[in-house]
Design a protein around this ligand. Sequence first.
Ligand code: G3H
Ligand code: 13P
Ligand code: NA
Ligand code: ZN
Length: 308
Amino acid sequence: ALVTSTEMFKKAYEGGYAVGAFNVNNMEIIQGIVDAAEQEQAPLILQVSAGARKYANPVYLRKLVEAAIEVTGLDICLHLDHGLDFDICKSCVDTGFTSVMIDGSMHPFEENIALTKQIVEYAHDHGVVVEAELGKLAGIEDAVVVSDPDATFTDPNEAAEFVQRTGCDSLAITIGTSHGAFKFKDEPRLDFERLYTISDLLPGYPLVLHGASSVPKEFVDLCNQYGGRIPGAQGVPEDMLRKAAKSGVCKINIDTDLRLAMTASIRKVFVENPEYFDPRQYLGPGRMAIKAMVAHKIKNVLDCSNKR
Ligand code: G3H
Ligand code: 13P
Ligand code: NA
Ligand code: ZN
């Protein structure tokens, strides 16, 4: 069924693992992810960004997710990723999403609280859960080496106050991860000290890690080998994510690694088979690459196989 993340997070917290939240933009991406979750009998969050809504039309995405549930019988949480205002969150609540993120992290503390409270009130009235964000997501370079981590990373005391005053159901925190394929210029580093402090102040409470792709070297190399050009790409090492998943982090967001897997496999098909022009000949392998990537995450990073 289409479910909220409430039960998933409760079990993840207690079990010391994390649920994967994967970004979806089309049918093949959804099928690849869902096939992996079904194979691994894993809990699953599919998330739709504003960009995905614009690209695919939210109705198509929702119907595809409904189809996935009908075909597999899995429990899936359908989540809005990075909602920036009340209207987009309301629109998702009104059209069958079971979870929305209000990302007020760019606003001052009090404004973030006011905005988040407004969405929490509307969403909870409709049985929908809310993820909020506190702290500015940036690379370790900008945040720690160059400037002051306290300026951008989530302040633990503020996090506790924020959750208490807004009633949000989960909180995205910033400890050094960032979106995209270029997360660190030098050694990858996350502020685990800060994560544990936040978690200690919010016992039992589910935290969320955005920007958590690992940007596996083999896929970057594969892209580059078959005509791509993405030099210097670097992500969060898997051992750090495994460590985070054991803590209060219950949701780990992954988009970039799906993009890399799909693109690498399609580039390879094109180079090796210049005679192909049927989209199924490359979208099929693209879908398989997504499935393999997600199965790998479920087994080796999130540790949520057989936890559905
Ligand atoms: O938050 C970033 C996600 O990777 C979604 O990216 O806004 O390009 O769909 P997007
Ligand atoms: P990545 O770019 O690291 O995959 O992060 C995705 C994300 O946080 C979506 O909200
Ligand atoms: Na966890
Ligand atoms: Zn994000």
